[in-house]
Design a protein around this ligand. Sequence first.
Ligand code: HEM
Length: 541
Amino acid sequence: MLTLLSSSTNGMVIGAMKAAIPFGIGLASATFMAAKIALSPEFSTDKRIPIASLRPGDSSHDDEYNEDPDAFLERCEKEYGPVFNVYLLNMALTVISGPQAREVFTNESFSANDALEELTCMRSYFDTGRKSNNNYNNRTIPALIRDMITRFIPTYIPKIVAQMEKVIDQELGYCPAQRGAKLVEKPLLVFQKIIANATALVFVGPEIAKSRKIIDTFISASKDFGKTFGNGGVRASKWRTFIQRANYKLFHPLRNHAQILAEASMSVILERRRLEALANEAGIEFEQPDDVLQHMFDDFDKHGLVDLEDICAFALIISGAIVHTITDASTNMLYYLAAFPQYMDRLFQEQQQVLDTIQAEREQARQERSREGKPIGDDLDPAHDRDLTAAAIKKMIYMDSFVREVFRFRTERLGIMHLALEDVTLSSGIMISKGSTVIINTRPAHQSSENGEDVTEFRPWRFVGKNKAATKVGMDYLPFGMGRHACPGRFIVVEQLKAVGALMVSKYSKIEIQDPSKTKMALCTHIGEPIDTGLKFTSRE
Ligand code: HEM
């Protein structure tokens, strides 16, 4: 789900030594354990793979990589070719670049899930709440995302947009130029609220989502989801993992969140059942509520879910991923809009053109119905002519290109680790031995000529008319991986990012970075890392 690296700490065992001491473990034993469980390097046993040289004084490649990822990788690719070993994030990693990266994504002997588990406590966190489907390599979460989220995106989008708009108006409001731009010092917190409210609405419906406690639960679940990745990037530390797992055993956070949601949902679900029974008795068709919880409830046995608490735990795992990643990505996208203000008006114009076309088509359809003497139904209500529907968002090709370019430009150069579950020989003859971890070098992919010219520059329209939607994965675009395990969440992510972008450019004519000297840093932050400067908003007149 997440692939980005942390630049926040360096040194091989320092992170482990600084970690807090868990309950019940004294200082002496804690120090002993920290030393015991610090990671030892485990490169592939194939000695032909070169180890990248270290700069004098460096004990790992972290500093050189973080100072200038492109320069570091260019140096290594030139000196060692597409496959080489590095010490990064407290790990011994084999970097794979170019066409052999495809072999990693498409070979089931490489597992991103297992690499993630080595590095994060994701599965342990899930196990604090879910009661079913916790066996190894279970496919329930991707299946639920496909069946409960992606399938219903067209019906969710108008609700998401309406809710986001409501919260944007509450949080940012109208800030005309004559009153001075409105400064938001921590836009991430505002966007967390916006995305959590919209996500809660489509997950549990308006009755349950109106509760403050429930919104807080969605936010907490997303924070806990983010914490499994070490808040703002991952760095291997068996010590951190140990403490985190111990905390999970003591505090079982997902179970707590699921219990709150189950308690709030029970009466609503029972009431829905009662109304359905009444409708059936009266021979009237019951209009099924359209939210994720209801869909999961209707299909719980298909996915092997055992009770309402279990359903709520899975809902909060998926919503946690959504709120965490979309909050981060949409906040980051705003910094791009602020850094490249010359593109705001083109995006706004596109939106107006798309809505003008849809409005004209609907008007024509109404006239046709009138001519045929048919009633104009709710589906053609003029009040909804200019709604941001999924169909309207699909037509916004400039916005789509903008989103794809942000991902291409921003995505960490080294990311998406995979653990070798057995010895694998790549087409070059290099052998990646069982138990070693590879990391994908996305630089050659994202800066290949497949992406056009000026690949080291941010050019938001580079994909317009190129049949390269922001969800379309391939060897030239790897933020969501590729192959069988390509991210199933990317459809809702991109759809919602486009909706956020459309709302923001229609409401605000100018977005500025509070401290422009921090622009470069803001554009390159890692997932989940806070950006150290705010944003200023000026409304459209
Ligand atoms: C900015 C947002 C996101 C990014 C950049 C991202 C990226 C990725 C990447 C790189 C992978 C690994 C693909 C591989 O194994 O090669 C992945 C897998 C996955 N992602 Fe995401 N993701 C994002 C958001 C989400 C969201 C919101 C969800 C849930 C709705 C999600 C659910 C998953 C799942 C379940 C997998 C595992 C798929 C499998 O094993 O078949 N992701 N993601």
